[in-house]
Design a protein around this ligand. Structure first.
Ligand code: HEM
Ligand code: HEM
Length: 395
């Protein structure tokens, strides 16, 4: 058998792609599952977790390049003709599974890459020189969660397809005892396939497309609540109101000796501020499950820490008061089932109808009963630094 496919079997290039990618795809699935099962409790854990994810992602993008080359090659090749053309349903099933596996070979790494490139916070890098973001793709928790759901549903579909494919090969080998496997190994005599009815070429690719569309639609209906738009809290007082245009809400904490920091993607602030008296009121509502804190996000949201399921929001309600040339917001923070007084010093600059503010405060996690299982600072520091920066427009 030469380089190209014939009606009797696959050529050397198709066979090379097939076996190389079969091994690498199974390895990518194994590595992905292994990576998501790793603990993230200590610095050492996190270093290992990032290491495994980096290998997974780098292997994944290599597979994307291979899949595109393979698809390009296979579209220029004849397909070996079915050995049992009279078994129409079986022939259609095999062809649909082949096309759906091509779909998976492209959509799996693509969804992984898009999830990676849109994820806020710290993450394991792809080991390549092309940067970690994609032009035009927003860095946004909601977008990233959608691609994550596709990736996590997609691998299950791909694994099912591979299992079906392997079961089909076993059936040909053990029950039909025909040359199906030999056509892909290139060993043995390959018979000329019988002439028989042929399916129109578009049926199997269309079915494969329908299967992937259904899987991804299902995945998107299961994207966690974090992606639902958040209702804006009502403005509490009647002084001039300000609408937040953009902002970041960041927290940092020491884990062992090294600082970890992350951001909340979904929060709203209702701000009223009266310029002559330099006083006002603010109510900030933060959806905890929009936190991304790198590899330890899940732990941070879980029991013992922020308990996001039982207490999905944190609310900071405060009066704004002048303090020297700057301001403070003095009020209370409700978090993880506790309500604790909190003061946030901040600087405010108003130019025309635009206000920019930056502020920083430090909370003690013990006041909120967070991380009560870590009674000393060896693993998680007591102080949690909160940084806020926002730009608001006068309404
Ligand atoms: C053929 C290629 C790929 C396959 C078969 C694959 C498979 C998997 C599997 C099985 C998981 C575990 C899912 C779970 O535990 O629910 C996973 C997770 C993950 N993969 Fe991949 N992957 C591929 C390519 C990529 C690429 C190219 C990237 C990024 C550049 C990537 C990024 C991720 C991430 C970030 C996760 C963690 C799950 C999440 O947070 O969404 N993957 N992958
Ligand atoms: C390791 C177990 C595997 C075995 C024994 C195996 C065997 C075979 C055989 C015998 C064929 C030819 C079938 C025919 O002509 O109808 C074939 C084709 C094919 N296999 Fe596999 N395969 C395996 C894994 C995989 C994996 C993991 C993938 C990718 C997800 C895959 C994707 C394909 C595709 C797309 C074709 C169609 C031919 C082409 O366009 O390359 N196989 N396989």
């Amino acid at each position: 058998m030469g380089i190209r496919n014939t009606s009797r079997g696959y050529g050397r290039v198709a066979r090379g792609f097939h076996w190389l990618m079969a091994v690498l795809i199974l390895a990518a699935i194994g590595l992905g599952l292994y990576a998501t099962s790793l603990p993230a409790a200590s610095d050492g854990d996190i270093a290992r977790l990032f290491g495994v994810f980096s290998i997974h992602k780098t292997l994944g993008v290599t597979l994307l390049a291979l899949a595109l080359l393979r698809l390009g090659w296979s579209l220029t090749q004849p397909r070996p003709a079915p050995l049992h053309p009279e078994r129409r349903a079986e022939t259609l099933l095999a062809a649909t599974v082949h096309w759906a596996m091509y779909g998976g070979m492209i959509l799996m790494p693509l969804s992984g890459l898009l999830r990676h490139a849109s994820a806020p916070g710290d993450f394991a890098r792809i080991l390549w020189p092309f940067g970690q973001r994609l032009p035009g793709l927003p860095v946004d928790q909601t977008v990233s969660a959608a691609f994550s759901a596709m990736h996590r549903t997609g691998w299950i579909l791909l694994a099912l397809l591979i299992a079906l494919h392997m079961a089909g090969v076993a059936k040909h080998r053990l029950i039909d005892r025909d040359a199906t496997l030999a056509r892909m190994t290139g060993r043995g005599d390959l018979p000329e396939p019988p002439v028989g009815p042929r399916l129109p070429g578009f049926v199997a690719p269309l079915l494969a497309l329908a299967i992937w569309s259904a899987a991804f639609t299902f995945a998107l209906t299961r994207v966690p609540e974090a992606t639902a738009p958040m209702p804006t809290a009502p403005a509490p007082v009647s002084a001039a109101e300000w609408q937040v245009e953009e902002g970041t809400l960041r927290l940092s904490v020491l884990q062992g000796a090294s600082p970890v920091s992350g951001t909340f993607a979904a929060w709203t602030a209702a701000i009223a501020y009266d310029e002559p008296s330099r006083t006002g009121h603010v109510e900030v509502s933060i959806r905890l499950d929009s936190l991304s804190l790198g590899a330890i996000t899940k732990t941070a949201l879980g029991p013992g820490f922020l308990m996001a399921e039982a207490h999905p929001r944190a609310i900071f309600e405060a009066d704004i008061l002048p303090e020297g040339a700057d301001h403070v917001a003095r009020g209370t923070l409700q978090l993880a089932g506790a309500e604790v007084p909190l003061t946030l010093p901040f600087t405010l600059t108003i130019t025309g109808d635009t206000a920019t503010m930056t502020g920083q405060t430090v909370l003690d996690r013990r006041d909120f009963g967070i991380g009560a299982g870590y009674a000393d600072e060896g693993t998680v520091g007591f102080g949690v630094t909160v940084d806020v920066a926002l730009t608001a427009k006068r309404q």
